[in-house]
Write a protein that binds this ligand. Structure first.
Ligand code: NAP
Length: 287
């Protein structure tokens, strides 16, 4: 068994458990538009099994992926789970069709989502439960307060937020300890640079979604392609290696439905950028 993913280093989430920083995002396991079953379910199961055999011990999912499909594939691939595996799921979005997402943060709904994720995943406690979006129609105190209640009850271990500003993290922190933040961030889109800085200063895990810009960064045109060639790596690996180097609290979760892409991405921990390459790549984003 090659444990490639371990080469990206480790991070301790909420002083509770340690994971390899290079994880896997399980959103691509579903049908098109993150809706319904994939065309080839046995391939999806094989991808998840392969992630673990590559040393990945941090898998990100959500009840809304499918809905339910991604969590159920993870269960079928891995249950009973290896003890080192940590699964992060999310609540707070409902789906009305392919590519349609709407925030619903009423506490009774968030509680139902936690209960259903526990049942689907076949576990007694969710390792990391993330509020997928803050619902602007519901008091933040009620939404985050419900997560704190679930934590006190032992149904979830750590609490995360998604797509939030620094002031929202600070506001939410009045009601619960926030251990991770999952925001859109990659080499080409660094709009949340201030959130990365805040998370780094406060040892909050920062989970960048779209880490290879939904595949666009894997094309490796221009400077990215040039640096990838210099390093003997692929462009996707360089994009991930840049994130690993950007801050010790960054936990990239590249998504894929392909075993060969999964293996390639897991190799990013072996890629070491020089200081000059790191700085040059910084210039790719329009901030
Ligand atoms: N919190 C949020 O609001 C939020 C939003 C979106 C996503 N997420 C999470 O973030 C994870 C990552 O985001 P993502 O999966 O949308 O985007 P991503 O990781 O940036 O890119 C995934 C896309 O890139 C392709 N790809 C992956 N590796 C590749 C490689 N080595 N070479 C060429 N193409 C490659 C995949 O296609 P193939 O399947 O063909 O490999 C897929 O289409 C998701 O899985 C999900 O867990 C969270």
């Amino acid at each position: 068994m090659s444990e490639k993913a371990s080469l990206g280093g480790v991070f301790e989430i909420g002083k509770s458990f340690e994971v390899h920083r290079l994880g896997y995002g399980a959103m691509q396991l579903t049908g098109p538009g993150v809706w319904g079953e994939p065309a080839d379910r046995s391939n999806a199961v094989a991808v998840v099994k392969e992630a673990v055999s590559l040393g990945i011990d941090f898998i990100d999912t959500a009840d809304s992926y499918g809905p339910d499909v991604s969590e159920s594939i993870i269960h079928d691939a891995l249950h009973p789970y290896p003890s080192a595996l940590k699964i992060a799921t999310k609540a707070g979005l409902v789906r009305t069709g392919p590519n349609q997402w709407h925030p619903v943060g009423r506490p009774e709904y968030l509680r139902q989502e936690a209960e259903m994720s526990l049942r689907r995943l076949g576990i007694e406690r969710i390792d990391l439960f993330q509020l997928h979006r803050i619902d602007p129609k519901v008091d933040l105190a009620e939404q985050v307060g419900l997560l704190a209640d679930l934590q006190r009850e032992g149904k979830i271990d750590r609490i995360g937020l998604s797509e939030v500003t620094v002031s929202e993290i600070e506001a939410a922190s009045k009601y619960a300890k926030i251990d991770t933040v999952q925001n859109l961030y990659n080499l080409a889109n660094r709009r949340y640079e201030d959130v990365v800085e805040y998370c780094t200063a406060n040892y909050i895990g920062f989970i960048p979604w779209f880490p290879i810009q939904t595949g666009a960064l894997a094309e490796g045109s221009g400077l990215l392609g040039k640096i990838a060639a210099e390093l003997g790596a692929t462009a996707a690996q360089v994009a991930l290696a840049w994130l690993l180097r950007r801050s010790p609290v960054i936990l990239p979760i590249p998504g894929t439905s392909s075993i060969s892409h999964l293996r390639e991405n897991a190799g990013a921990g072996e890629v070491e950028l020089t200081d000059e390459q790191f700085e040059l790549l910084k210039g790719l984003a329009k901030l």
